[in-house]
Write a new protein. Structure first.
Length: 119
């Protein structure tokens, strides 16, 4: 044998008689009743698990929606209360209200012209 020389043996090609029949016979497998039963149970269990997970997610989304509605109502109530407190603070800090409280509770009045002495 000579080194560094590629060689190939001559193979006589035989005609492929009945080739398609062999492929179809080879690829055909029979599924037994027990295998069908296991496959059916697997598909059924997968479907049930998917339904359960879907229901759990739906319930979580619904409860989050309810909680969000409650929080929005609380926010609205807090905003209304804040507005009422701001109005009350403005009323209490008004000059007219302060003069009224000073006159009624402390008997303090604004001085008249004759009481004011200019230096």
């Amino acid at each position: 044998m000579v080194t560094n020389v590629n060689y190939r043996m001559y193979n006589q090609q035989s005609p492929l008689i009945g080739f398609r029949q062999n492929v179809s016979n080879r690829s055909r497998t029979t599924i037994t009743f027990q295998m069908k039963k296991i496959l059916g149970l697997t598909v059924l269990i997968g479907f049930l698990v998917t339904c359960i997970v879907s229901q759990i997610n739906t319930m979580r989304i619904h409860s989050a929606g309810v909680k969000m509605t409650e929080l929005q109502a609380m926010k609205k109530n807090a905003a209304n209360e804040n507005m009422n407190l701001l109005v009350q603070r403005a009323r209490l800090m008004s000059k007219k209200h302060i003069e009224k409280i000073a006159a009624v509770e402390l008997q303090l009045y604004l001085p008249i012209e004759s009481q004011v002495h200019k230096l």
